[in-house]
Design a protein around this ligand. Structure first.
Ligand code: C2G
Length: 155
């Protein structure tokens, strides 16, 4: 029985998160995922769009994930590894080198991230769609459609 452990915020769950969790399921028999609590995210200077409860439920429902635990501090990893008999600790390679100290307890692996998608980019797109911008977009669309019908009449 090989136990694999990872951590993350998993906000606005996307294909990058899914591919990472799928690869974890391929590395072992039991997959444990620490999901950052909203309070811990605040301490990381992050604010999730999706609440901890919902993020944990989404991750728990991913095929191959056996257990979700709350991540509420940076230093709980050692305890979690020992308490769950973890064999492989895995993170995306944006964390490369950051958790090498855990090699004293188990194997540490960094897997390539999925390019072109991130929660922060999705958040930026959502911010761009706030009401103030939508009005501008709507007036631009109506201007364009008026122009279009005008040219149609000319054609
Ligand atoms: N990830 C990925 N590809 C992406 C985006 C994310 O493979 N396009 C991976 C990250 O490398 C990470 C995991 O998905 O391993 C979760 O990413 P985040 O939700 O951004 O987690 P983060 O905020 O980095 O929290 O103690 C560690 C922290 O909890 C990590």
């Amino acid at each position: 029985m090989t136990t694999v452990l990872t951590y993350g915020t998993f906000d606005l769950f996307h294909i990058g998160h899914l591919r990472l969790l799928r690869r974890l399921a391929g590395l072992g028999d039991r997959v444990i995922v620490g999901v950052s609590t909203d309070e811990f995210n605040t301490s990381k200077g992050k604010r999730s769009v999706v609440s901890y409860g919902d993020r944990a439920e989404i991750v728990r429902s991913i095929k191959g994930v056996d257990l979700v635990i709350p991540e509420s501090s940076w230093d709980q990893k050692t305890r979690d590894i020992e308490a769950n008999g973890v064999d492989i600790f895995v993170m995306g390679d944006d964390w490369r080198g950051k958790f090498d100290d855990l090699e004293a307890l188990c194997e540490v692996r960094y897997l390539p991230r999925t390019e072109g998608i991130s929660s922060s980019e999705l958040k930026q797109m959502l911010r761009a769609l706030d009401p103030a911008h939508i009005e501008d977009l709507q007036s631009a669309v109506s201007t364009l459609s008026n122009l279009l019908s005008h040219y149609r009449d000319l054609a």
